[in-house]
Design a protein around this ligand. Structure first.
Ligand code: AMP
Ligand code: ZN
Length: 467
């Protein structure tokens, strides 16, 4: 079955065909590192992780680039206020971003280019646009993109921006541009920029935000590549402007498939720093919430649907993960040898899992297939004993599925000394048939978040998923 993705450019689900067979090149808009990312941002990065992991599951060789925006108005404002140079100012947030990616089990992209390391590439692109007469200089030395010189403007956002503001000249001092719809490619230095500037062929100044993604995507992926992603708020103006800059400069088509994820919401509003209604990942982790539950919550709704963030959802996610992990554990004991019996069940649900994801990453359908698989195997084993071949195949299937979900592997936390002693004391109490004492210790451990299970192979412990 072909893989189909919803392409924002055409507003249709389209069969995915890479430019080069077997290889996918994709660009994802990354964080502006002026603060810690909130979990709304991570909804976008988890959607991109699902996309990346699924493409790899299908056998593609994926090259992903995610930019790090380490210079922009907010960074300059904050760094000047605190008198800390931008590189120093952004470093902790940048480090925190990578820690957060790891905490959420997001696979690393191949490249994380930082804007400040690519000023020459941006300058070169702006020069090409100037030479072609698509960029123009304003009186203050800034360079703007002349939207009227690029006929395709507005094709991604499907807004008739081309006509909307045509001819309306901007009088405001703030805007040195000819028309309101024109946007900055290069911003000449102003006093409030303080120490933040580059002296380049374009003069003393700094790049606009949009040019960063055009220059860096082209450097690492070429003029024309397969997939570009981001949150829906990136569609306009950011991605529209990227297309305009890149296509005007190269004369080639920029990107084949544009994929955008909907927002994470809080009580009907987009979660955002400016609205102040956000949760930072680290705040949730500090409360003891399991990152796997956060990952599952952000992953398990279709990326094109708005997702309302609630603590009930986190709790439900924790329960789903526990069921999956318990099922996995139930397959790891000793089984007698025999002939494989469960192949039909596996094939049926693995095919369902794959065809759901083939349909524009329908994760709910895919998770439905995983839970049905689990249910059918459990029903089967009620009537017939599983053999070691069955257990092995089911485990391998779970591993394959988890190459996408990435929630099955429990962080093997160590027990504290006190916890170990309590578990040993309980084992002694059980040996002595002191059931009341054994139950008391079990309850005490439960208060520490440790669940004990007495199996024929002995007592095993697990940590409760905190949500
Ligand atoms: P920013 O740091 O604001 O440029 O955002 C980085 C990424 O997070 C972009 O792809 C945004 O579209 C995305 N994003 C920001 N807020 C949300 C949200 N509430 N839900 C989903 N994605 C978001
Ligand atoms: Zn971007």
């Amino acid at each position: 079955m072909p893989t189909r993705f919803y392409n924002t450019m055409t507003r249709k689900k389209e069969e995915f065909k890479p430019i080069k067979p077997g290889v996918v090149r994709m660009y994802t808009c990354g964080p502006t590192v002026y603060n810690f990312a909130h979990i709304g941002n991570f909804r976008a990065y988890i959607f991109e992780d699902l996309l990346r992991r699924y493409l790899k599951f299908k056998g593609y060789d994926v090259t992903q680039v995610m930019n790090i925006t380490d210079v922009d108005d907010k960074i300059i404002r904050d760094s000047n206020e605190t008198k800390i140079p931008i590189a120093e100012y952004t470093k902790p947030y940048r480090d925190a971003f990578f820690e957060d990616l790891d905490a959420l089990g997001i696979e690393r992209a191949e490249y994380y280019p930082a804007a400040t390391d690519h000023i020459p590439e941006m300058v070169q692109l702006v020069q090409i646009l100037l030479e072609k007469g698509i960029g123009y200089r304003s009186d203050d030395g800034s360079v703007y993109f002349k939207v009227s010189a690029y006929p395709g403007y507005g094709k991604l956002a499907h807004l008739n921006i081309g006509e909307m503001h045509q001819g309306s000249r901007v009088q405001s001092d703030e805007y040195e541009k000819e028309e309101i719809r024109d946007f900055a490619l290069w911003k000449s230095w102003k006093e409030e920029d303080g120490e933040v500037y580059w002296k380049t062929e374009l003069g003393k100044g700094r790049p606009g935000w949009h040019i960063e993604c055009s220059a860096m995507s082209t450097k690492y992926l070429g003029n024309h590549f397969d997939i570009h992603t981001g949150g829906v708020d990136n569609i306009f103006p950011h991605h529209e402007n990227e297309i305009a800059q890149s296509e005007a400069a190269t004369g080639e088509k920029f990107v084949n498939y544009w994929l955008h994820c909907e927002h994470l919401m809080v009580e009907g509003d987009k979660m955002s720093k400016s609205a102040g209604n956000f949760y930072r990942l680290r705040e949730l982790l500090d409360k003891g919430i399991d990152p796997a539950a956060i990952r599952y919550t952000l992953l398990s709704s279709h990326y094109r649907q708005k997702l309302n963030f609630t603590f009930d959802k986190l709790e439900a996610a924790g329960k789903s993960i526990t069921r999956l992990r318990d099922f996995k554990k139930s397959l790891s004991g000793e089984f007698k040898k025999g002939q494989l019996q469960v192949n039909d069940i596996i094939e049926k649900y693995l095919a369902e899992f794959e065809s759901a994801l083939d349909d524009d990453l329908n994760i709910s359908g895919a998770l439905g297939a995983v839970f049905s698989l689990m249910h059918e195997i459990n029903v089967f084993r009620q009537g017939t004993e599983l053999c070691s071949e069955d257990a092995c195949v089911v485990l391998k299937t779970l591993e394959k599925i988890d190459s996408i979900l990435n929630v099955l592997t429990e962080e093997k936390e160590k027990l504290s000394d006190e916890e170990t002693q309590l578990i040993e004391a309980r084992a002694t109490a059980r040996k002595e048939r002191n059931w009341a004492e054994a139950d008391r210790i079990r309850d005490q451990l439960l208060n520490f978040g440790i669940i004990l299970e007495d199996t024929p192979q002995g007592t095993v412990w697990k940590r409760k998923i905190k949500t």
